[in-house]
Design a protein around this ligand. Structure first.
Ligand code: NAD
Length: 345
């Protein structure tokens, strides 16, 4: 079953670890090391069951290969997950056990931050493995990549607006954001500064309230309503699979462009979005800022270079969407084809 899933998508390795002492349950999925070591963050999340976690980590790792290739980085694609609620079950010992797991792979996989992990957690990883990037500045790292992801997503939204509305100026546009976490809250700030009207929702009501405190002009809706809330642009910045067979017909927007990894449940959904005339900015192209950020650290972090490379996401999204229009196929397929062309044989 697992080998079959791997062969369908050309996965090199899937590694599992259970650690009796700490209760660590973790998976590292390495999709490809053809372009270089597989770099991708570690997600700490309370998956309802193993199959859901495995599916998520494989989707995420696969997208990392595409993301690295499309961003022109000398890296492959991988990702890891730790099962559990980061708020209640994260312990230093568990993080150390995970880092030993990473170390055991000898550098084929380089870990970093994702939902449920922080640059401070990476500092802990660093005590057990050198195959980690994105630590805090005082630990030789470049800090949280989320602001860079947010910047890349912001310029990607401007590019998508140019294709959908004929101008990259988003002032006056209504934009819904699902999830005002590390990325969503900074993306929201950029969008407000650019004159957009925001409607936000977060599963964690405290995070939505905190954002509203900072920007009182923002409207807040219940997290179960955000996908179906009318807007010019919907920016998913939470978890994957939010646009699926149940939700696609509830969408009331012209553009879907956000930071979330794998927001579309399948390629069929990508095709259905295209058929509905909704412009979709592919996740692994628009949210590459974080990877550009942490990958730069491996070469000696240069903030100006990171910003320049991240702003190139505008052109990447514009090229994908232009080609999708010209060829009348979904942007998700075009982005996948472009990434596959860029991955070394
Ligand atoms: P985060 O955990 O800080 O934020 C996610 C937010 O979404 C949280 O506040 C959470 O409460 C909220 N949320 C979860 N489910 C929700 C739902 N159903 N409705 C509304 N809100 C919900 O994570 P993040 O680092 O901001 O990442 C957000 C997304 O962007 C993830 O999919 C992540 O994989 C992707 N991403 C992040 C980075 C990065 O640099 N952090 C880079 C690339 C991609």
């Amino acid at each position: 079953m697992i080998l079959e899933k791997m062969s369908e998508r050309n996965f090199e390795n899937i590694h599992f670890r259970f650690d009796e002492k700490t209760g660590l349950r973790s998976i590292i999925a390495i999709h490809s090391t053809k372009g270089g070591p597989a770099l991708g963050g570690c997600r700490f999340y309370p998956y309802p069951d193993e199959a859901t976690g495995l599916n998520d980590v494989m989707n995420l790792a696969h997208a990392m290969s595409y993301k690295a290739a499309l961003a022109g980085l000398p890296l492959g694609g991988g990702k890891s997950i730790i099962f559990g609620d980061a708020k209640t079950s994260k312990t230093q010992e568990k993080l150390e056990a995970f880092a030993e797991f990473v170390e055991s792979l000898g550098g084929r996989y380089i870990t970093s931050v994702d939902s449920g992990t922080s640059p401070e957690d990476l500092n802990v990883f660093l005590t057990k493995t050198k195959h980690v990037t994105g630590m805090t500045v005082d630990h030789g790292g470049s800090g949280d990549p989320s602001p860079t992801t947010a910047l890349g997503t912001f310029v990607g939204i401007q590019a998508a607006a140019e294709i959908a509305f004929g101008s990259s100026d988003i002032s006056g546009k209504t934009i819904t954001i699902q999830g005002v976490g590390n990325v969503g809250k900074i993306l929201g700030k950029h969008l407000i500064e650019a004159g957009a009207k925001l409607i936000i929702a977060d599963y964690d009501a405290a995070k939505a309230a905190e954002f509203k405190d900072q920007f009182p002009e923002v409207a807040v809706v219940d997290h179960t309503k955000i996908v179906a809330t009318p807007a010019d642009i919907f920016a998913p910045c939470a978890m994957g699979g939010v646009i699926n067979t149940d939700t696609i017909n509830t969408l009331q927007c012209e553009v879907v462009a956000g930071a979330a990894n794998n927001p579309l449940a399948s390629m069929d959904i990508a095709n259905a979005l295209h058929a509905k005339g909704i412009v979709y900015a592919p996740d692994f192209a628009i949210n590459a800022g974080g990877l550009i950020h942490v990958a730069d650290e491996l070469e000696g972090f240069d903030p100006a270079r990171v910003e320049k490379n991240t702003r190139r996401i505008f052109d990447t999204i514009k090229n994908i969407l232009t080609r999708a229009n010209n060829e009348n196929v979904s942007p998700a397929k075009i982005a996948r084809d472009m990434a596959r062309e860029a991955i070394p044989a």
